[in-house]
Design a protein around this ligand. Structure first.
Ligand code: ADP
Ligand code: ZN
Ligand code: ZN
Length: 721
């Protein structure tokens, strides 16, 4: 017996299969879709079995397959087909497609499959000054410095990380060991009994057909009870022996949803998310492969869960941008869901309070079936007020308007809680010289550094470059160099000073670098250990705290300044979602949106909770400007460390495409919004078209042509409707 094996070789250009002999001891076990180790040249490498055959016609002498990586994992027929679809849809290589569908931990041959109960890691035990003194005193202790620097940058290191050096640092008392219960969702926590669905929810459940492919767009306002609808439908399916996939934007940001599923379905659930360790991920995958679970909840990549007998796929908050992977392969989880839906002849549900313009359009066209939950469970949407900060600043209220201040006071006096959103982390957004206007930018990227007060550093939010704040201007030597702009760290300070008796907690990338920290903040807030939760867009989705009666948004119009045709959509969605956190219980909710440019329709419609009104205005504009969904946009990015080379190649590609594609408008080349990240230049070409017959072929041609180019990388992102 012989096997065709698609090999995993780091060069992008090798995407070929080779025939190997199947040794006798593997004959009974080996299956198509298994990952194997094979000899290749002088090396041993990984590969996927894509075909098994009895006859081999060539006269070359064949090598034998070495071993099977793990017989627990087989890509079944569906996933093998899905791999081909991904390859065609995203222009990735086959091998990348197959790799994407399996947990990376499979690379580890012998996995210990234990759920460790504790996470043990190290943390700094001295303040930055003392750490600096140590580093200065022992310049030759490079390894020690490396560890200290990593910790100082907020990275989390396991206690056994380079243990020799960690031990020495422990002896010096510079670091300490922390033992923390890790984020394992308690799989037995009964929270509440099942609720009785209201009439809208019942209608929604009844509309989902049992056994055919159909996409339902569940448009339900915030707090309308979408999660209950999902659970009811899933129960219907698993009672007939079927399985379900539920996608959520990010598990750590939706702990309540996961808890509710766990309380209802208990141990039948596997949970996949990025913060699982390799071992944990491996275990969850194995439970899925063995058919031990019938529901998988997870973020984007859980759409590849190897469930058999799939009955339904649900994508919650379907408008979320993270459902699109922005690295190779550039797939969208919704596309994959549609593929699996068709393959299995099963329904797919896309749920959101603010569906993407594309999805809502498909519903309008009858491609999706629209199901609406028009009312909140408590029938009480919050009242939204817009506050123009230009006039507030004249009154001396620079950050917090007098109205927001009053409402916060009220809220605290009534023993209620508030959420404040500012979608900018750090203390201040730039450091600038007053004298000459010099702005401190990242040495690797084309963007200003953000000042972080706690660590007294300036950080690049794109490449993580970190440095100290200069005391004099590097350009002109002036001492008048200061931080400007507002980030969550500063907002926390301002609010704490304004309400000294309140308990304030902040949630952003900087306060949640550790596993389990999201959940801890959410739980503590839920248990009213804090009165005010401040955060970035992390806090905008899916939270259900009934004691929150006030939501404040600082710089609510900031996202309108980003040059992207989706900025109105994102602004509406963010404001609508975060507003949706207020007044979910018995008490009335208030929302205050502060900004400078509040007359924009995305903000006015968010104030009225009017999705359809927003959709209509937005569609008018998209039509005039020939944007999606009226036209398709595909983007080609040319990336490399030499600007000239990139630009010249971009020009060549551009001219080539202009010549070859006659139904397509080719725009560019132009610099990307952030033209330089991590010492790489980014140049883009935009393709606008209704439809094109030869587009995919031409793009594949370009992709292949630059595949092994060492100077530039070409990233192709195809977005047809
Ligand atoms: P959404 O996902 O649409 O924002 P949720 O599913 O989180 O809404 O529901 C909002 C709140 O209402 C939750 O606390 C949920 O437990 C509760 N809820 C949902 N459906 C019902 C119902 N039929 N009766 C009573 N409470 C409900
Ligand atoms: Zn200066
Ligand atoms: Zn940078």
């Amino acid at each position: 017996m012989y096997a065709d094996v698609l090999i995993e070789y780091n060069a992008k250009s090798v995407d070929k299969s080779f025939t190997y002999l199947i040794p006798n001891d593997l004959k009974d076990i080996i299956k198509i879709g298994m990952k194997v180790i094979v000899p290749f040249g002088s090396k041993k490498i990984y590969g996927f079995v894509i075909n098994i055959k009895d006859i081999y016609e060539d006269s070359y002498e064949l090598k034998s397959i070495d071993s099977i990586v793990d017989p627990n994992f087989v890509l079944n027929d569906e996933l093998m087909d899905l791999g081909k679809y991904l390859q065609e849809r995203t222009l990735c290589t086959k091998i990348v497609a197959y790799q994407t569908m399996l947990p990376s931990s499979m690379k580890v041959k012998e996995q210990k499959s234990n759920y460790s109960k504790y996470l043990v890691y190290i943390e700094l035990n001295k303040d930055i000054k003392e750490i600096d003194e140590y580093i200065e005193k022992y310049p030759r202790r490079k390894k020690h410095k490396e560890i200290l620097d990593a910790l100082r940058d907020g990275r989390s290191l396991k206690s056994n990380y380079d243990s020799k050096y960690v031990n020495e640092l422990l002896k010096e008392d510079l670091v300490k060991i922390i033992k923390e219960q890790i984020y394992r969702i308690n799989k037995n926590n009964k929270i509440e009994d099942n609720v009785n669905l209201n009439i809208d929810q019942k209608n929604a459940v009844d509309k989902i057909n049992l056994k055919e492919f159909k996409v339902h767009l569940l448009h339900g306002v915030t707090g309308s009870g979408k999660t209950e609808v999902y659970m009811e439908i899933i129960e219907k399916y698993i009672n007939t022996g079927k399985t379900a996939i539920v996608l959520v934007p990010e598990i750590s940001l939706t702990p309540q949803m996961v808890d509710r599923f766990l309380s209802r379905f208990n141990k039948n659930i596997a949970i996949l998310h990025s913060r699982l360790s390799d071992g944990e991920k491996y275990d969850e995958y194995r439970r899925i492969s063995r058919g031990e679970v019938n529901i998988v909840i997870g973020a984007r990549s859980a759409i590849f869960a190897p469930l058999s007998n799939l009955g339904i796929i649900i994508i919650d908050e379907e408008h979320t941008t993270t459902y699109k992977q922005d690295s190779n392969p550039r797939y969208h989880a919704i596309d994959v869901a549609l593929f699996r839906g068709k393959y299995n002849s099963i329904p797919v549900i896309l749920g959101s309070a603010t569906p993407s313009i594309e999805s809502y359009t498909r519903a309008q066209m009858g491609i999706y079936e629209l199901i609406t939950l028009p009312k909140r469970i408590n029938n009480n949407l919050p009242e939204v007020k817009l506050i123009d900060m230009a006039s507030e600043i004249k009154k001396g209220n620079r950050v917090i308007s007098s109205e927001l201040k009053d409402r916060l006071n009220n809220c605290l006096n009534n023993n209620e809680q508030a959420i404040i959103l500012l979608n900018r982390r750090g203390y201040s957004t730039t450091v600038t010289c007053h004298n000459c206007g010099y702005k401190v930018v990242c040495t690797n990227c084309d963007i200003p550094l953000t000042y972080h007060k706690k660590s007294n550093t300036m950080k690049c939010h794109y490449c993580d470059y970190t440095t100290y704040k200069p005391s004099i201007c590097p350009e002109c030597g002036s001492k008048d160099i200061n931080q400007f702009g507002l980030g969550t760290e500063k907002l926390e300070e301002i609010i704490s000073n304004m309400f000294p008796n309140s308990r304030v907690v902040r949630m952003d990338v900087d306060t949640t670098s550790r596993k389990g920290s999201h959940k801890k903040i959410f739980d503590d807030f839920k248990n009213h250990k804090y009165d005010i939760l401040i955060g970035t867009q992390m806090i905008s989705n899916g939270l259900d705290f009934e004691n929150v009666t006030l939501v404040g948004v600082i710089n609510g119009d900031a996202s309108l300044n980003i040059p992207d045709f989706r900025n109105s959509e994102r602004t509406f969605s963010l404001l609508n979602q975060v507003s949706g956190r207020a007044g979910r219980g018995k008490k009335k909710g208030y929302v205050i949106i502060q900004g400078f440019n509040l007359n924009h329709y995305s903000i006015l419609k968010a104030k009225e909770h009017d999705y359809v009104g927003f959709y209509e205005e937005e569609m008018n504009i998209r039509k005039i400007l020939k944007y999606p969904p009226f036209y398709n946009f595909s983007i080609i990015k040319i990336v490399g460390n030499n600007y000239e080379v990139c630009f010249n190649e971009a020009n060549r590609i551009c001219n080539y495409l202009k010549d070859k594609l006659n139904e397509v408008t080719v725009l560019g080349p132009s610099n990307c919004f952030i033209p330089k990240i991590n010492n790489n230049y980014y140049i883009q070409i935009t393709l606008k078209y209704k439809k094109s017959n030869n587009l995919i072929n031409e793009l594949r041609f370009i992709g292949d042509k630059y595949n092994s180019n060492k100077k530039i990388r070409v990233e192709i992102d195809i977005n047809p409707l």
